[in-house]
Design a protein around this ligand. Sequence first.
Ligand SMILES: Cc1cc2nc3c(=O)[nH]c(=O)nc-3n(C[C@H](O)[C@H](O)[C@H](O)COP(=O)(O)OP(=O)(O)OC[C@H]3O[C@@H](n4cnc5c(N)ncnc54)[C@H](O)[C@@H]3O)c2cc1C
Length: 405
Amino acid sequence: MVLGAGPAALCIVAELIEQGIKVTALASHTPDRPWPNTYGIWAEELESLGMESLLGHRWQKTISHFGNGIGEQGNSPTQHNFDYGLFDPVALQRSLLKRCGDLEWCVETAENIEFLGNQTKVICTSGNTFRGRVVIDASGHRSRFVKRPNRGPVAEQAAYGIVGRFSSPPVGKEQFVLMDFRPDHLTDKERKEPPSFLYAMDFGDGIFFVEETSLACSPPFSLNKLKERLHSRLLHRGVSVTEIIHEEHCLFPMNLPLPDRKQPLLAFGGAASMVHPASGYMVGALLRRAPTLAKQLARGLAADPPLDSSTLAQDAWNVLWTPELVQRHRLYQFGLRRLMSFDEERLRRFFDTFFKLPREDWAGFLANTLPLPNLLLVMIRLFWTSPWDIRFGMVLGMSSYQSLK
Ligand SMILES: Cc1cc2nc3c(=O)[nH]c(=O)nc-3n(C[C@H](O)[C@H](O)[C@H](O)COP(=O)(O)OP(=O)(O)OC[C@H]3O[C@@H](n4cnc5c(N)ncnc54)[C@H](O)[C@@H]3O)c2cc1C
């Protein structure tokens, strides 16, 4: 049984059905209700899955700004020379639903889960109950059912964005800006506060998306403050908003601890802490990791004598979060902690160094596709090519890496 109807639920249900598994799917709304978010991804990640036709927008002119915004040098962009895209969310949703065949979702909200040995029972707010050999919780980052260790406050990514029209273009024609960290519009007081950056893109026809984003903060950066920062950043460049077509309010955890992999409930997506702790991206990982998980479940469900819910879940957890992936996740969490301790100036210089790495290194790091030894090598290379104060900031955090173990 699968709980949810977001990208994680649809990805795993599609794969389970392809494995010939009988699935019960249950979510608080029908699975064709449009998703509230628009998902971005580096185009190469989708190309490697043969799914690039699901992109609604694709940009070749991809840049970031890590300068101080003063003079020619401070405004000279970093060219990524790497295509970025936004999914057409309806096309992604439809293509996954098509693979789910004629499966009908039960529109129910799960309230409680009971483990009965060979079966798991889901009790819904309506009073209806459902039983399955194993339950996969894909109800998102704030799942109430998945158990995970308490490692203190969780850092969240927050962002306030506008799709709209502007008095003059906020970014260049056909341009995508991954991170504009230029701080020249900030007051001295604001420079001492947690840093935020602009994520922005040209949609064509005079429409742009601009979003002020805080990478990760605990407590999270206030959305009102991000809104103020977005307007002051735009005004500083002589740009004002003339029409708001859509507003995006974004808040989700970046360093949620990994779930307890011995629990009898399985999870996938946000509920399984699959968001990349250093970037906040997840959809590429869902598409890559769902087939392996579904194959493991098919093997487990076919076992003779039959396995109980707990064994099915634990075997699947070990495939979803292999020791290698767990180690990589720890390294990313460690990296995020260090970044969160950097002030805006150090953070700009860190990213400037990061994006000077060979492209396969930074792109593999961001997609989480580098095998562990390569990831370690990239991190060591980053360390040696960084300015001294950044190296110092990284070394200071070694004890926090130990505490993640
Ligand atoms: C604004 C925003 C922008 C993002 N942008 C990107 C991006 O550009 N690229 C990227 O890769 N990632 C992005 N992410 C991160 C991540 O990919 C998303 O959070 C993603 O939506 C998580 O997918 P999910 O299916 O795990 O959870 P969700 O999308 O949250 O779906 C959860 C589902 O479970 C259902 N549900 C919840 N509780 C219950 C219950 N008790 N019973 C039954 N059903 C329940 C919900 O109705 C929903 O259908 C973004 C996140 C946010 C918030």
